[in-house]
Design a protein around this ligand. Structure first.
Ligand code: SAM
Length: 185
């Protein structure tokens, strides 16, 4: 009889966004946080801090469930040096996703770093992996989304326990249920 297949443990993935410009690109960083949350990351470190943005994401998490949160950091270097896990910097100049994925798949914890308009050169040295989602320029939201989905696959609904409402997928139209008590996911 074939041995039962063991379920692969998903790594805990935190995201660090470096070079956010509060007041200038709140929409882009909000989309980055929303994509991180929906696609399975556990939290977003935001440099520099932006309390208004963090509050908006907290409101989304209250409504739609889960424990994702945004933590403002005034300096990004200590986040990398104090992180107990692999550090993956997403950059178009890095190694191909397909060559890095097998090396990081089994890591228990990963910190994924994405840049903004200007990326500090030290990031390339401080990261364990510089990883490209194709060697063409695009966007931090697209790069993070592709990376998380390739690493984690579909996000199980159980990650979003405790929300106030949940969507019932429909072929057409919208159906949203108010959740009374605990959302079982
Ligand atoms: N001009 C910046 C630089 O010096 O690299 C890039 C800015 S880009 C708009 C912002 C962020 O998107 C990058 O720091 C990187 O994290 C991500 N990004 C853009 N294209 C990427 C790609 N092909 N692969 C991986 N990440 C990418």
């Amino acid at each position: 009889m074939p041995a039962p297949r063991r379920k692969r443990r998903r790594p805990d993935v935190a995201v660090l966004r470096v070079g956010h410009r509060p007041g200038r690109d709140p929409r882009l960083t909000t989309h980055l946080a929303l994509a991180a949350r929906a696609l399975g990351a556990s939290r977003l470190f935001l440099h520099p801090p932006d309390p208004e943005l963090a509050d908006r994401i907290a409101a989304v998490a209250r409504r739609w469930g889960g424990t994702f949160g945004v933590l403002g950091v005034s300096s990004w270097k200590p986040v990398l040096s104090e992180y107990r896990g692999g550090v993956v910097h997403l950059t178009m100049y890095g190694e191909a996703l397909t060559s890095v994925l097998p090396r990081i798949r089994r890591a228990p914890r990963l910190l994924v770093v994405v840049g903004g308009a200007k990326v500090p050169a030290a990031l390339f040295e401080d990261a364990d992996y510089n990883l490209a989602i194709g060697s063409q320029p695009h966007s931090e939201v697209a790069a993070l989304a592709v990376f998380l989905h390739r690493l984690l696959g579909d996000t199980p609904p159980s990650r979003f326990r405790g929300g106030e409402q949940r969507i019932i997928p429909q072929r057409r139209g919208k159906r949203v249920l108010a959740v009374r008590g605990r959302n079982p996911g």
